[in-house]
Design a protein around this ligand. Sequence first.
Ligand code: DAT
Ligand code: MG
Length: 148
Amino acid sequence: MEQTFIMIKPDGVQRGLIGDIISRFEKKGFYLKGMKFMNVERSFAQKHYADLSAQPFFAKLVEYIISGPVVAMVWEGKDVVLTGRRIIGATRPWEAAPGTIRGDYAVEVSRNVIHGSDSVENGKKEIGLWFPDGPSEWKSNLHPWIYE
Ligand code: DAT
Ligand code: MG
């Protein structure tokens, strides 16, 4: 099944949103396949956001990501990449619908609480970067109650 990389950014951790965010993905019917509470090095944050290195906000973005611990996760499920992005909401919180994580909890694009992979391919790349030993292999016994 499809997997995506989700990260609760330092503002989400500081603001006590970890439990709520995990709960939203769990209750939806996605499976947590990896989770790490960690501080990242500047060079690692630059690698994660390499595609944005030409953007004027790149340096600030990297400072923000290394400003405190983050929660790095792998979530699995049907269409989890796209659906995960829908649960997260639009990049700019003022465009994010109420009911989404950014719509409910964020105001500024530079403090938007959470990251989610934007494609299956990037999901694989990001999981490889953040979880070099691979995600966990466990299977949920709830599976037949969530998936036909
Ligand atoms: P997303 O996180 O929704 O995938 P993105 O990949 O375009 O969005 O950008 C990565 C992050 O960079 C985003 O979550 C917040 C930050 N960012 C994007 N645009 C920005 C801007 N104009 N000013 C400051 N930070 C920005
Ligand atoms: Mg992105």
